[in-house]
Design a protein around this ligand. Structure first.
Ligand SMILES: [Zn+2]
Length: 362
């Protein structure tokens, strides 16, 4: 029941005077939606009082409009989600996320408000494997979005060469473990964040399952011994525990690889994806010639790490808050930084997939 109508802070109102009255457009910048109405002079004037401070009766009196017409206008605006559905009680903790709440406001629907979306995020528990060029940005992005429980895993210590493309580390952290440096950074950003740290390499499914028991989402950002090996391992572990997981592809030169997102029991899995890649490899006849035993360290810059990681953070925020369905389900992306283009490739469940064929635990 709306008693003091208020146009949402995130909605942009544009108008132009035309012969028949006022053509008014309400833009929702986050969802890119727009609704337009033709209003007469009195209806148009009412909009100026819809700031949450005036009652319906006050507005009707000031704009010399009858209550029935005003209620009709309010009904129209409410139907297209322009008005606050109820007074938003924003405590100190939610004030931190006021801009994010305005973003979520465009996507409010029956049964889930922007505050519900934010609370879902804050109540989530996320595991991050690897805290390098992708993982450090992922940890930061999750914390900025409001995720309060993070389980972070990395065996390494901070080195000088990390500081050009990995965030949350400082000069004074060189020599410290990455997990402790990130824990320090994140708790200084927000003292409500709980970081559970494991300074270890995830080298078995069993270990992965033990570390991430009970989390809502696991994001693999580790690339040692290589990205594919780690994605297989994390995917096996997450399937056993029925845990959604996002498999970051990392970056190489001018390209970064995005996704996929896997929800056990519902979506195609990493092994379905690899099945398609293996078929393409076989068809091409190309093979890799190893020149060096040392792991190849491709060139990169911090901006590429940040963009790659934050596309995955956005996917995690979609999944955890419910503001939108995840976009990388059954598909991977390739971001070309030379041309600034993003292309997608889809893949489907493979009937013979050994992993998808197993029923995840309820
Ligand atoms: Zn599969």
């Amino acid at each position: 029941m709306i008693t003091k109508p208020k146009i949402k802070d995130g909605v942009t109102v544009m108008y132009r005077k035309i012969r028949a009255g006022y053509e008014v457009s309400f833009y929702f910048p986050a969802s890119s939606k727009c609704h337009s109405f033709l209003l007469n002079k009195r209806g148009f004037e009412c909009l100026g009082y819809m700031r949450g401070g005036s009652s319906i009766e006050d507005i009707a009196r000031k704009c010399r409009i009858d209550i029935q017409s005003l209620n009709h206008l309010i009904g129209l605006l409410d139907k297209i989600n322009v008005l606050e559905s109820s007074p938003v009680i924003v405590g100190k903790e939610l004030t931190r996320f006021s801009r994010q709440l305005n973003f979520f406001a465009d996507f409010e629907k029956e049964g889930i408000s922007r505050v519900d979306m934010q609370r879902k995020l804050q109540d989530s528990s996320v595991g991050v494997v690897g805290l390098g060029g992708v993982g450090s940005w992922v940890a930061q992005g999750l914390a900025l979005a409001g995720v309060k429980n993070l389980t972070i895993v990395d065996p390494d210590r901070v080195e000088l060469s990390n500081l050009s493309r990995q965030c949350l580390y400082a000069n004074t952290d060189i020599g410290s473990t990455k997990v402790s440096a990130i824990q320090k950074s994140l708790t200084s950003l927000d003292d409500k964040i709980v970081c559970t740290c494991f300074q270890t390499a995830i080298d078995s499914v069993k270990k992965c399952s033990r570390i991430f028991r009970g989390v809502d989402l696991v994001i693999n950002c580790a690339d040692h011994p290589d990205v594919d090996v780690m994605n297989r391992l994390v995917s096996r572990s997450c399937f056993a525990s029925n845990t959604p997981h996002i498999l970051c592809g990392g970056y190489d030169g001018h390209l970064s690889f995005i996704g996929p997102t896997v929800i056990p029991g519902k979506t195609p899995c990493w092994f379905c994806y690899e099945h398609g890649i293996d078929k393409k490899k076989k068809a091409s006849g190309l093979q890799h010639l190893p020149i060096s035993e040392v792991q190849i360290q491709g060139g990169s810059i911090g901006a590429i790490s940040a963009i790659t990681a934050n596309i995955h953070v956005l996917e995690a925020v979609r999944l955890l808050s419910g503001w939108s369905d995840p976009k990388m389900v059954g598909q991977t992306g390739e971001f070309d930084f030379l041309g600034l283009t993003l292309s997608h490739s889809s893949f489907s469940k493979i009937k013979t997939c050994k992993q998808c064929g197993r029923s995840p635990k309820k």
